[in-house]
Write a protein that binds this ligand. Structure first.
Ligand code: AMP
Ligand code: MG
Length: 350
C-alpha cells in the first residue's frame, strides 16, 4: 500500500491536507496523526470494516478495545448512554486533554471497536491537529497508538513512518507529543470511579473532582497467571523495546553503584549495554550507551522522552537496557507504569 506522508503546522493548518485526510477517514482508510499523548492510528469508529484495518495494521489482539476520539461534547450522546454526573465533572475539568472516560456504549458503536465489550473509552484530545482532523472528518475516530502492537508508542512522525509505512493510507506529522504517555483511563461505570491506566492527568488532579477515585492496584504489579483485567490492554506485554529492560530501584546513590557493577558484568560477557540515566546522573556512568531521559526536576520531561529513548536504544542495537527508577507519585506513577511494563516487571531493588 502507498502511504502518503504530510506535515501539518498547528499554527497554520493547511486546508487541502485536512480535506485529503478527512476523505481517507470517510472512505474507511487509516490515518496516523499527532495527539498530545502519543501519535494515534485512526479510522472511522462507526465503520467495522475501517476499524478492522487498525487491528491488522498494528497486529493488535482483537480483544483489546480502541479509544474513540471526539472534538465536541455533542458527539457523546450518540456513542454513550447512562452517562453518570461524575463523568461530566471530569470532562468539564480535564477535556480537551489526556483523559479517557469509560462509559456504557450505545448500539451505534460496532462490536469490533469496543472489542465485544458493552463499554467504550472516549477522549477529547487537546492537540489542535487532532481536533481539526476529527472535526473535518465529521465522524468519531477510533485510534490506538500508531505503533506496531507491543512496541513503545510513537511520539513523533518519524517513528510512525518506521512502524506503519506501507501499512496505512496516510501519516500526518506535526508537533512532538507533549505528554509522551497514553491518556489516563477512568472507568466511570463503577462507583467510585477507578483509574485503569495512569497518565498525564494524575490521581491528585482527579481527586479534586472526586476524592474517592482510586488506582486499580493490579496495574502496578506483574499480572498473575489467571489475571482477568478490567482494561483488556492491561494483560499484554507493552511498550517494549527489542532489548530486555531492567529497572534498578532504590536510593539514587546505590542505584548508580549497582548499574555500574552490572555494566561491568555485561561487558565481560561481551554485551552492549544501554543506560537510561537522567540529567542529574548521566556523568556518573561509563562504558555504555548513556542516554539522559530528562531531568528529575521536571518529571514531564521524563514522560515526554521515555518512549523515544527506549526506541533510540533499539536503533543502537544494545543487548540490554538498564534504567533508573522514579518515585511513584504524581506523574511518576504513569512513568513507572510504562517503564515496569516495558521491563516485564523486572525490577532489581537495591
Ligand atoms: P491504546 O490506545 O493502544 O493505548 O489502547 C487503548 C487502551 O484503552 C487499551 O489498553 C484498552 O484496554 C483501554 N480501553 C479502551 N476501551 C476500554 C473499555 N471499554 N474498557 C476498559 N478499557 C478500555
Ligand atoms: Mg498502544
Amino acid at each position: 500500500m502507498e502511504t502518503k506522508v504530510n506535515v501539518l503546522d498547528s499554527n497554520n493548518l493547511d486546508e487541502n491536507i485536512l480535506k485529503e485526510v478527512a476523505n481517507v477517514i470517510r472512505n474507511k482508510g487509516l490515518v496516523a496523526f499527532p495527539t498530545e499523548t502519543v501519535y494515534g492510528l485512526g479510522a472511522n469508529a462507526l465503520e467495522p470494516e475501517a476499524v478492522k484495518k487498525i487491528f491488522l495494521a498494528k497486529g493488535r489482539p482483537q480483544d483489546n478495545p480502541l479509544i474513540i476520539h471526539i472534538y465536541d461534547l455533542d458527539q457523546i450522546s450518540s456513542l454513550a448512554r447512562n452517562i453518570p454526573e461524575i463523568s461530566r465533572k471530569f470532562m468539564d475539568k480535564f477535556w480537551p486533554g489526556p483523559m479517557t472516560i469509560i462509559l456504557e456504549k450505545t448500539d451505534l458503536v460496532p462490536e469490533v471497536t469496543s472489542a465485544g465489550l458493552s463499554t467504550i473509552g472516549i477522549r477529547m484530545p487537546k492537540s489542535i491537529i487532532a481536533r481539526a482532523i476529527i472535526k473535518e472528518s465529521g465522524v468519531p475516530i477510533a485510534a490506538p497508538s500508531a505503533n506496531i502492537s507491543g512496541r513503545p508508542s510513537p511520539t513523533d512522525m518519524e517513528r510512525c513512518v518506521e512502524d506503519l509505512k506501507g501499512k496505512v493510507d496516510y501519516i500526518v506529522g506535526g508537533e512532538i507529543s507533549e505528554v509522551g504517555l497514553e491518556s489516563t483511563i477512568i472507568d466511570c461505570t463503577v462507583t467510585p470511579p477507578c483509574i485503569l491506566r495512569p497518565g498525564g492527568i494524575t490521581l491528585d488532579m482527579l481527586k479534586e473532582v472526586d476524592k474517592d477515585i482510586y488506582i486499580d492496584q493490579s496495574i502496578m504489579k506483574k499480572p498473575e497467571k489467571d489475571f482477568k483485567p478490567k482494561a483488556p490492554g492491561m494483560k499484554y506485554r507493552h511498550y517494549a523495546p527489542k532489548a530486555p529492560v531492567k529497572i534498578v530501584n532504590g536510593e539514587l546513590r546505590k542505584t548508580i553503584v549497582r548499574i555500574n557493577e552490572m555494566v561491568e558484568a555485561y561487558r565481560n560477557d561481551g554485551k552492549k549495554v544501554g543506560i537510561m540515566a537522567t540529567e542529574e546522573t548521566k556523568d556518573q556512568y561509563e562504558n555504555a550507551l548513556i542516554i539522559s531521559v530528562g531531568t528529575r526536576k521536571n518529571m514531564d520531561s521524563i514522560g515526554r522522552n521515555l518512549f523515544e529513548t527506549l526506541r533510540t536504544f533499539d536503533d543502537n542495537e544494545v543487548d540490554v537496557i538498564l534504567s533508573e527508577a522514579f518515585e511513584e507519585k504524581g506523574f511518576g506513577i504513569a512513568i513507572m507504569n510504562r517503564l515496569k511494563k516495558s521491563a516485564g516487571f523486572n525490577v532489581i531493588d537495591v
